[in-house]
Design a protein around this ligand. Structure first.
Ligand code: OAD
Length: 273
């Protein structure tokens, strides 16, 4: 395994050749890829779970107990995500999509930033915060009274809930189209993600702590099917020991020069100063 810093991406020649010549590539991203867009991660020192109890704010039980609180909390996050813009990491991944004949982007993020950057066919394992469903019939809802009502962030910070819109068809509560603790990832999406993982030559793991299932199983599946594993993260994770290449640093600093290296005409030196 080779480690590197953003200032000096050193990649063994054999690995660089595998990155350049791969035909099929799959990528798993997590909250870290959006950190440089100003969106907080979950488990870093100042991450969301340091301040908010996931059982209360992001679980099936939390919704049953207090849907107004969860609606308000997701509303505040939605407003912040609406203001956010893709960063160089999101954009570099679009360049990889153009380079490889078969490219699959799997994300745990609900912020829509990969799509906004221009990635097509993003497999959103945990849903999309800008989409909504009926909480009882699970039908997608595009419009409902109050759906776009501004959220009072200060009230939410004080722990006060916000009024939840109702499904225009059946009157049940509307919910964000995201996956909560206690729920399963949509089977059709996971099936596509695992198929791409099994056939890929290279599997990138970017900005995820790699502990939430079933996403965290994908790198193991890729390895069992002989893919090269490349991790990009400022910190070691439980998957680092498995990776063939672990690049330490922020994704927005590592990915652009890495993509330059991969897509450049091969040169005698595999090192970019
Ligand atoms: P985590 O917060 O668990 O992990 C974020 C990872 O990003 C950490 O390993 C950081 O070291 C890394 N990181 C931080 N800044 C970075 C940067 N600039 N570039 C690259 N990496 C960086 O977030 P996830 O792994 O995405 O689920 O969490 C997975 C799921 O757990 C989320 O989708 C969410 C959460 O509970 C639900 O809410 C259902």
């Amino acid at each position: 395994m080779t480690e590197a810093t953003p200032q000096h991406i050193a990649i063994p020649a054999g690995i660089l050749e595998r990155l350049r010549s791969a035909k099929s590539v799959a990528v798993l991203t997590g909250a870290g890829v959006s950190a440089e867009s100003g969106i907080p991660t979950f488990r870093d020192k100042d991450g969301l779970w340091a301040n908010f109890d996931p059982q209360k704010y992001a679980s099936v039980e939390g919704w049953a107990a207090n849907p107004q609180l969860m609606w308000g909390w997701y509303g505040v996050r939605r407003d912040a995500m609406r203001q956010a813009r893709p960063n160089p990491a999101h954009i570099a991944l679009c360049r990889l999509e153009d380079y490889y004949p078969d490219f699959t982007l799997v994300t745990q993020n609900i912020d829509n930033l990969h799509r906004l950057a221009g990635s097509t066919d993003v497999l959103e394992l945990h849903g999309n915060i800008f989409h909504f469903r009926c909480s009882e019939e699970h039908t997608l809802i595009e419009d409902a009274p109050g759906l776009d009502a501004p959220v009072d962030a200060e009230a939410v910070a004080r722990g006060e809930g916000q009024e939840v819109p109702r499904c225009p068809t059946c009157g049940a509560l509307v919910r964000p189209d995201v996956v909560w603790f206690g729920e399963s990832v949509e089977a059709a999406i996971y099936t596509r993600a695992s198929a791409a993982t099994k056939r890929c030559d290279v599997f990138f793991i970017i900005g995820t702590s790699s502990i939430v299932q079933p996403a965290a199983l994908l790198p193991y599946l890729a390895q069992r099917h002989h893919a090269l594993l490349v991790e990009i993260n400022p910190e070691p994770t439980p998957l680092s020991a498995l990776a063939d290449l672990a690049l330490r640093g922020p994704a927005g600093a590592i990915l652009p020069p890495l993509v330059d290296l991969i897509t450049a005409t091969p040169t005698p030196s595999p090192t970019l100063p």
